[in-house]
Write a protein that binds this ligand. Structure first.
Ligand code: NAP
Length: 273
């Protein structure tokens, strides 16, 4: 839940969707299926393809979706977090997306050119200018979240972090709840690596759903907004997780999978080398 007027639920992740036609077709298909939240980033090098998919859906009477219905989120690359670069590259992102505004603009990682006191006021400026509706942060620690909240005029609307059955993020989830921002869970399927976990497959079998749907339903029940990346039929399968209602004992069983196993190590990320 967020204390802002942002309305976020299960979204479409697009990282690694590098083929422009496949990416545009996937975004179009997702919006037609019912998704109302699409996640991209300067780093993914696919904002133009995501924009093409959005435009196709907005033009498609069968999709029955308009710009105001969709939360479009992108992220400023860690190397672009000096204030002038934030302002300039956010405008470039809008050009690539073909949009007048994005609903959510994240600080992608608090690293490289990130300097809280300089970077965050530039996000406030973009909001004041109507180019972004909400400010988000990604990959922050509790201390960095507190620092950011003390600098920003805008409330933090969402914090995006790795979250899946092997990496539960209880502390950040509690903080999000207490502070009134959304916790958006990336790599919610553990990049496919958690899907053969025996506990997860057993829960899926008991509930007549797929392991991916069980993982996503567990995240939703725990108050996390998952953004699975999927193509083809996975797009539909993942969206249908919104209809899966896991009983308490199965939610508890998935809680037990946690192994504090992070997939993405910030120290090994390309921009930190
Ligand atoms: P993910 O969503 O956990 O996993 C994606 C992988 O799972 C893909 O290989 C996908 O294959 C497969 N998959 C999707 N649905 C499936 C299903 N129903 N059954 C079986 N396999 C399925 O991993 P992710 O891409 O790392 O994370 C999701 C999104 O989070 C990203 O796309 C990005 O938008 C965001 N993200 C943000 C950050 C950050 O620093 N803020 C970092 C990483 C990711 P197919 O493509 O073939 O369907």
């Amino acid at each position: 839940m967020s204390d802002t007027d942002l309305d976020l639920t299960l979204g479409l992740g697009t990282s690694g969707n590098d083929d422009p036609e496949e990416c545009a077709a996937t975004v179009h298909r997702a919006l037609e299926r019912g998704y109302r939240h699409v996640d991209t980033a300067q780093m993914y090098d696919n904002e133009a393809a995501v924009g093409e998919g959005l435009a196709r859906a907005f033009d498609d009477p069968d999709a029955d979706v308009s710009r105001e219905d969709v939360v479009v989120a992108t992220k400023v690359h860690p190397d672009n977090l000096a204030p002038a670069d934030v302002r300039e590259t956010a405008r470039e992102s809008l050009d690539r997306l073909g949009l007048d505004y994005v609903d959510l603009l994240y600080v992608h990682w608090p690293t490289s050119a990130y300097d809280a006191a300089a970077t965050l006021p530039a996000f406030d400026d973009l909001r004041d200018d109507g180019l972004i509706r909400h400010v988000g942060v990604s990959n922050f620690t509790p201390d960095l979240l507190e620092e950011a909240a003390g600098i920003l005029d805008a409330p933090i609307a969402a914090h995006q972090v790795e979250c899946h059955p092997r990496f539960r993020q209880d502390e950040l989830r509690q903080l999000a709840h207490d502070d009134g921002h959304y916790l958006v869970g990336y790599s919610p399927l553990g990049r496919g690596e958690v899907l053969d976990d025996p506990t997860l497959t057993a829960v899926a079998e008991r509930n007549d759903c797929s392991p991916a749907q069980a993982a996503l339903a567990w995240e939703l029940a725990r108050g996390v907004v998952p953004i699975p990346k999927g193509t083809g039929d996975h797009v539909d399968e993942n969206y249908a997780a919104l209809e899966v209602d896991l009983p308490d004992e199965d939610l508890a069983a998935i809680d037990g999978i946690d192994a504090a196993e992070r997939l993405i190590d910030p120290d090994e990320a390309a921009w930190n080398r």
